[in-house]
Design a protein. Structure first.
Length: 114
């Protein structure tokens, strides 16, 4: 992933964090350092050896309140055509996003939120 893409992704994670803070009036949402790479994706194996509480906190892109039931993954892509899903067409990229959020949520024993 290019530096520009990482910066773009971080910015969106902060936007989602701020939206959740405003919508819930809970200020403890925060961006996960390394953007979820600590536990999610290729590093999911770390959950087997780590503390359960750390796994729940570090899975996904956002650190959420303690009793929050979701693991949050933030995706901000310009070339995704969500409307195609409503026409019965598949999107390989959206399927990959869903796979990632379900895997992260499973590791944390939470529900997925994309």
């Amino acid at each position: 992933m290019s530096k520009k893409s990482k910066t773009y992704g971080k910015g969106f994670e902060y936007e989602v964090r701020d939206l959740l803070r405003e919508a819930t009036n809970i200020q403890s949402f925060e961006r996960v350092p390394t953007s979820g790479a600590w536990i999610g994706g290729a590093n999911a194996y770390k959950a087997e050896f780590g503390r359960k509480d750390v796994t729940e906190i570090m899975a996904g892109d956002l650190i959420c309140p303690e009793n929050w039931r979701w693991t949050v993954e933030c995706k901000n892509w310009d070339d995704i055509s969500v409307h195609q899903l409503f026409m019965g067409k598949e999107s390989k990229q959206i399927n990959e996003f869903l796979k990632q959020v379900y895997n992260s949520a499973n590791v944390a024993n939470k529900e997925p939120l994309l």
